[in-house]
Design a protein around this ligand. Structure first.
Ligand SMILES: Nc1ncnc2c1ncn2[C@@H]1O[C@H](COP(=O)(O)OP(=O)(O)OP(=O)(O)O)[C@@H](O)[C@H]1O
Ligand SMILES: [Mg+2]
Length: 207
C-alpha cells in the first residue's frame, strides 16, 4: 500500500482539494483508494458525503492522532492500494505520525507571501521526517508572475516543486459543492487536465 499525505503549515492552501482530487485520480485509474481525514474540521469527510449515491464511492475515514495507526492498518488489511491522508494545518502529533508512514508528502503552497513564509519550516520538517516530498503550487491565479518567484523560493529552501501547477479555477470550488472531483464535473476543463498531470507526476514518484 502506498501512502500519500497532504500537509503544510498554512490553512486554506489547498491540502484537502489536492487530497480529494488525487483520491479520485487513483480511483479513476482502477486502484482501491482510501482517504483518511485527520482534520477535526472534517472537510474531506463532509465533501465526500455530498456525493450522489450513484457516483463511485470515495471512502473517507475520519481519524485522530490516537486512532491513526489503527486506521492505516485497517486500510492495509482492506486491500487499499493508495491511501491518501489529509492533514490539518500546523504540525501536530497526528501529523508527525502520518508523515512517518507516508511514502510521499505533498505540500501545497499558494504563491502568496503568508504561505511562502512557512516554506523554511516545512522544509525543515520534511528533512527531519526524511521522506520524499513534493511541493505543489496551488491556487495559482491566471497571468500571475508570482508563481515563478514562488517556485524559485520553494526550491531555494530545498523543496522539490511539482512541474504541474494547480490554478485558481472556479471548477475546483464549484465541483466540491456536489462532492465531485473536477474530473467528474468538467472532465475536459483545465482543472481536470491539471489534476491528471499532477496525478501522473505523483504516480511516477510512487513507483
Ligand atoms: N485550485 C483552486 N482553485 C479554486 N479554489 C480552490 C483551489 N484550491 C482550493 N480552493 C478553495 O479554497 C478553499 C480552501 O481549500 P482547501 O480546503 O483545499 O484548503 P486546505 O489547505 O485543506 O484548508 P485547511 O487548512 O482549512 O484544511 C476551499 O474553499 C476550496 O474550494
Ligand atoms: Mg483541509
Amino acid at each position: 500500500m502506498k501512502v500519500i499525505a497532504t500537509s503544510g503549515q498554512k490553512g486554506g492552501c489547498g491540502k484537502t482539494t489536492v487530497a480529494f482530487h488525487l483520491a479520485h485520480y487513483f480511483t479513476d485509474r482502477g486502484q482501491t483508494v482510501g482517504l483518511i481525514d485527520l482534520d477535526p474540521q472534517a472537510t474531506a469527510t463532509k465533501v465526500a458525503g455530498l456525493r450522489d449515491a450513484e457516483r463511485p464511492h470515495l471512502p473517507v475515514v475520519p481519524a485522530t492522532a490516537a486512532t491513526l495507526a489503527a486506521t492505516i492498518a485497517e486500510a492495509e488489511g482492506d486491500g487499499v492500494d493508495v491511501l491518501v491522508i489529509d492533514c490539518p494545518p500546523h504540525a501536530t502529533v497526528g501529523l508527525a505520525a502520518a508523515l512517518r508512514r507516508a511514502d510521499l508528502l505533498l505540500l501545497p503552497f499558494s504563491p502568496t507571501t503568508p504561505d511562502l513564509l512557512t516554506a523554511g519550516t516545512v522544509a525543515e520538517l520534511v528533512g527531519e521526517v526524511g521522506k520524499p516530498a513534493l511541493a505543489i503550487l496551488s491556487r495559482v491565479k491566471a497571468r500571475s508572475a508570482s508563481a515563478e518567484d514562488a517556485r524559485r523560493h520553494l526550491e531555494s529552501v530545498g523543496l522539490r516543486v511539482a512541474d504541474t501547477q494547480v490554478s485558481d479555477l472556479n471548477d475546483f470550488a464549484t465541483a466540491l459543492n456536489d462532492g465531485l472531483a473536477v474530473g467528474e464535473f468538467a472532465p475536459k476543463g483545465k482543472a481536470a487536465r491539471e489534476i491528471r498531470a499532477l496525478g501522473k507526476e505523483v504516480e511516477a514518484l510512487l513507483s
